[in-house]
Design a protein around this ligand. Structure first.
Ligand SMILES: Nc1ncnc2c1ncn2[C@@H]1O[C@H](COP(=O)(O)OP(=O)(O)OP(=O)(O)O)[C@@H](O)[C@H]1O
Ligand SMILES: [Mg+2]
Length: 294
């Protein structure tokens, strides 16, 4: 089983069929080169000296293409810890989702909930802001992540602008980098504001295409999938089929491979074949759209 990583090989050797099927359903992490580059850049921002003009990041990409996975991976690197000497909790990176509409109050609530800080619903907005600021300073927070930033688009242009100003103000005031992730629509909104556009460095998670990077991604998946035989996912016709079915989205690739690997175990085939790929119960993103609009 040379096609597997050592951990996966050990797992295959000591596990039942049922355990292997369960493991196919677990999300995997593959540090493909663009993801690693983005995480390295975020690491760098954490050690920048404080200033009122911090560099922020806007992670842009299509839905289901790995933005949240990158943010989670980065966030996990900087878990909260307890400093025994001072008795303080330190939380270097805080990650929240933008509220479903550009609402300042709900945004502060999301941060306070994330750090388990109780708040009164009656608390005034400015006091709530001061508390967020105080708590993040106490927790020695070095970066704030806001996922799903395109939610700000749910409001009127005035509300959108107001909310973006809150983010600008928070970054200037706390002097910490803010890392946002969202779809192309969010990118357009941020670009429309000069001050924000200057402060946000865009980083794109592109769709996958038929190149060596995609083959490397498939090879990495193959090494983590608990099958006894080699599937040769990097063989041209299989690679092409996976690319077309997934529409170049990593979430779809992961889903297709999950279904195929479960079938490969259940059927006793122990490898992903073209026949398995063609027979899984899976509808590609393009076909989903067609069915919906038909
Ligand atoms: N680095 C990775 N390695 C392996 N699988 C990944 C990786 N990144 C993403 N995936 C898979 O893709 C799926 C979708 O990723 P993710 O939720 O990060 O997308 P997203 O870009 O945040 O989408 P949305 O804009 O809809 O929130 C994940 O559930 C996971 O299965
Ligand atoms: Mg996401």
């Amino acid at each position: 089983m040379k096609h597997l990583t050592k951990n996966t090989r050990d797992f295959v050797e000591r596990s039942t069929e049922h355990e292997r099927i369960t493991s196919c359903r677990f999300p995997k992490w593959i540090g493909y080169s663009q993801a690693t580059k983005i995480i390295n850049r975020m690491d760098e921002l954490l050690i920048y000296p404080k200033s009122t003009r911090m560099t922020n990041i806007l992670l842009v990409g299509e839905s289901n293409n790995g933005k949240t996975a990158i943010l989670n991976k980065f966030n996990q690197k900087y878990e909260a810890s307890y400093d025994e000497k001072t008795g303080n909790v330190i939380n270097p990176v805080i990650m929240v989702q933008a509220p479903p509409e550009p609402d300042e109050r709900r945004f502060y609530n999301a941060i306070l909930e994330n750090i388990f800080a109780p708040y009164k619903t009656s608390e005034k907005l400015d006091l709530r802001y001061l508390r967020v600021k105080k708590m993040l300073t106490e927790l020695q927070t070095k970066a704030l992540i806001i996922d799903e930033i395109h939610h700000v688009l749910a409001g009127t242009p005035t509300k959108q602008r107001k909310f973006l100003n809150v983010i600008k103000h928070l970054s200037n005031d706390l002097q910490i980098p803010i890392i946002c992730a969202g779809t192309m629509l969010a990118f357009n909104v941020i670009q429309s504001d000069h001050q924000l556009a200057n402060r946000f460095e865009p980083r794109v998670v592109p769709k996958w295409s038929n190149d060596m990077e995609f083959k490397r991604l498939l090879a990495s998946f193959e090494a983590l999938i608990p099958l006894k035989k080699e599937s040769m996912l990097t063989e041209n016709s299989i690679t092409m089929k996976l690319l077309v079915m997934s529409d170049g989205l990593i979430g779809e690739v992961a889903r297709i491979l999950e279904l195929c690997s479960i079938e490969a175990i259940k059927s006793g085939e122990e490898k992903i074949t073209k026949e398995i790929i063609l027979n899984i119960d899976y509808i590609s993103p393009q076909d989903r759209k067609k069915r919906y609009f038909a």
